[in-house]
Design a protein around this ligand. Structure first.
Ligand SMILES: NC(=O)c1ccc[n+]([C@@H]2O[C@H](COP(=O)([O-])OP(=O)(O)OC[C@H]3O[C@@H](n4cnc5c(N)ncnc54)[C@H](OP(=O)(O)O)[C@@H]3O)[C@@H](O)[C@H]2O)c1
Length: 338
């Protein structure tokens, strides 16, 4: 049986793919290049949600690979402790922070203005912050917090930083001295999005029908669709866009959101470590393969289908996609101009 046939069978049977088995088997099967062999020297990487779990593991790799690392976080105390820790552990002094609650559009705008001013060229922007709220939470503007944090905020932040990202393609690549490279925008979605179709009118569940896992999956589905839509709007020689899912990862976030799930899978060794969960994110930030396409959805270093059922496939229409984009533009008061 070929390696890709084994990979496909794993993907279709979910547990071997999403669990720690997925990354252990695939890393050996495809002889993954170690992350430590890449360099991000001379690259500016901006990441959200790095004060915990997958993002923190990713941030450590970025610092180790020599990136100028900018962590956008809501807690000044947490992020100061983290930047000091990363600088000490990796010897990289180019680790910075910008403070923003990403559930608050005013703070997102302020953070974007600060980022744009301090780092005129941004090479990698990683939208990793996210959470599953079993009990509904609302953003500062009253929107469902899952939708604000994981749909509206990444849209607005990408939009407000677009010129800084596009500037990367004009910058000489210091690490190789070769031609300038397009920037990369990465969005951390979830395999949970396979369970929900694209919805725009009902993107925010009603109060009566609210279920945290379903609301989370709706937002994660929207992220994957928007990733594809950005890729059709922005030329890939300027910016490439990729979404990904990390599998099932042992993090404070999953323990809080899905305690039963963690209690069962954890002792069986089926949850991934945070490092495993961050692998494809860091790999997409550094490997040349990410530059060969735009708008893809990745898991374990392979582009994947965004649908596993006709339910989600049939619901994904050009009209609904357009409506989602328009919702984002109206909601954030930011419009795309090529
Ligand atoms: N763990 C999994 O199995 C899994 C599976 C699929 C997808 N994911 C996705 O992976 C990403 C990381 O998740 P994780 O498991 O590593 O979770 P985590 O440990 O809870 O980390 C979440 C991060 O997001 C930040 N964040 C949350 N709300 C924020 C807000 N309003 N403003 C600014 N930052 C905020 C958190 O900041 P604080 O430290 O201040 O709370 C933290 O840094 C999320 O997008 C999640 O949906 C995870």
């Amino acid at each position: 049986m070929s390696k890709s046939a084994i990979d496909t069978i794993m993907e279709k049977s979910v547990i071997p793919s999403f669990s720690s088995l997925g990354s252990s088997i695939r890393s050996r099967l495809f002889n993954w290049q170690t992350l430590s062999s890449y360099s991000l020297t001379g690259k500016v990487v901006v990441i959200t949600g790095a004060t915990s779990g997958i993002g923190e593991a990713g941030a450590r790799h970025y610092a180790q690979l020599g990136a100028t690392l900018v962590i956008v976080a809501r807690s000044a105390e947490k992020v100061e402790a983290l930047t000091a820790k990363l600088q000490k552990e990796t010897g990289n002094n180019q680790v910075f922070s910008v403070i923003a609650d990403l559930g608050d559009q005013d703070e997102v705008r302020k953070a974007a203005a600060e980022l744009a001013l301090r780092w005129p060229v941004i090479n990698v922007l990683v939208h990793n912050a996210g959470a599953l709220f079993n009990k509904r939470k609302r953003a500062a503007n009253g929107t469902d917090l899952s939708v604000e944090l994981m749909v509206a905020t990444p849209f607005l932040l990408t939009g407000l930083l677009l010129r800084n990202l596009e500037a990367a393609a004009q910058q000489q690549d210091e690490s190789t001295g070769m031609t300038p490279a397009a920037a990369r925008v990465l969005t951390m979605s979830s395999g949970g999005m396979y369970t929900q179709p694209l919805k725009v009118d009902a993107l925010q569940m009603s109060e009566e029908s609210y279920q945290g896992a379903q609301q989370y999956a709706l937002a994660k589905r929207a992220q994957v669709i928007l990733n594809q839509m950005w890729a059709t709007r922005v030329p890939a020689d300027k910016v490439v866009f990729h979404a990904l899912h990390p599998g099932w990862v042992s993090t404070p976030g999953i323990t809080e959101a899905l305690p039963g799930f963690s209690r069962i899978l954890g002792p069986l060794g089926l949850l991934r470590s945070a490092d495993m969960g961050a692998d494809t994110m860091v790999w997409l930030s550094a490997d040349e393969q990410a530059m060969n396409s735009s708008g893809k959805f990745w898991h374990d270093r392979q582009a994947r289908n965004i649908d596993m059922s006709n339910n989600t496939r049939n619901a994904d229409t050009p009209t609904k996609r357009q409506a989602l984009w328009q919702w984002c533009e109206k909601h954030t008061n930011w419009s795309f101009t090529p």
